[in-house]
Design a protein around this ligand. Sequence first.
Ligand code: ATP
Ligand code: MG
Ligand code: FE
Length: 355
Amino acid sequence: TRILGIETSCDETAAAVIEDAGDAAKILSNVVLSQIEEHAAFGGVVPEIAARAHVEALDGVIEAALAEAGVTLDTVDAVAATAGPGLIGGLIVGLTTAKALAAAAGKPLIPINHLEGHALTARLTDGLEFPYLLLLVSGGHTQIVHVAGVDRYARWASTIDDALGEAFDKTAKLLGLPYPGGPSVEKAASTGNPRRFSFPRPLKGEARPDFSFSGLKTAVRRAATELSPLSDQDVADICASFQRAVTETLSDRVVRSLERFRSEHPDLDTPALVVAGGVAANQAIRAALEELCREHGFRLVAPPIKLCGDNAAMIAWAGMERLKAGLAEDDALSFAPRPRWPLDSSSAPLFGAGK
Ligand code: ATP
Ligand code: MG
Ligand code: FE
């Protein structure tokens, strides 16, 4: 089975081809065209610019993905495309293009929830089996999800305010660091003193399993204002202290769900915690989660960095999983894009019975 995947939900125009190989799959191509330069001057993603950039780039990106894989559209078995959640303009461009290709080639279209792409990546890269616990940390989401199977997602925790990636992006912006914020903050933190500032650990010690990051951002703003004008060392120290607060907060919050997972799956010796989404690229966060897992008898599974951020291989893989699970419907050509689309209600009416 061979799937063409298309991703256009935010500021990456991406296409990929994957092919199954036994239990796993091979990535034949994975083309990601980032729009970083188009948005950098604005310090964040501008929806109109993103939509136009997707229109201009998508055909070429799909051609490149097919060419690099050495295949033609006739030889793929299905086209999978992100149908939400995300910026409506980009979703329309990607989904409409996918519908046109699928209809023209007489192949099924599989609309994919972008979060499902992030959620299932560890099965593509590590052949991980169900069930597992997922920590999804990205630009728009911060959630803990119990993943029992394809389309069997239960949200156990989420942020009550900002997403973690958003906290990184806002922190970078208010410190004058370049967009995208996450990598900039991580880089600056590497030369900073993580103990110079003691930023809050929101919700620390509370029994509820949720996350909160807006207080952290506010504390960063206060520190930055007090010290203004900031030296490079001040910026580095703020970033390092911010990152320390983030890792400690994450560990404190995630442990609630590790305990719950353990009690619901006493039969599993070493259950897996998967970290996914753009923020999963952060080395300090990976190290902290690694440590946490060691302490609690879990193993951490983290995708390779280039599959943490947005890409189409994960969308193609989610399509493959749906196809094999019998969850892909061929009247999907009338599926409308969904700017908002929670993962745990990912069963669209078209996708058969909900769980
Ligand atoms: P979502 O997946 O929630 O719809 P998105 O697709 O925009 O949102 P991703 O592309 O998965 O998000 O992740 C982008 C986010 O990851 C940005 O907020 C970015 O700052 C953050 N990020 C990327 N690299 C790092 C890093 N090294 N450290 C921290 N954050 C990072
Ligand atoms: Mg992005
Ligand atoms: Fe994403």
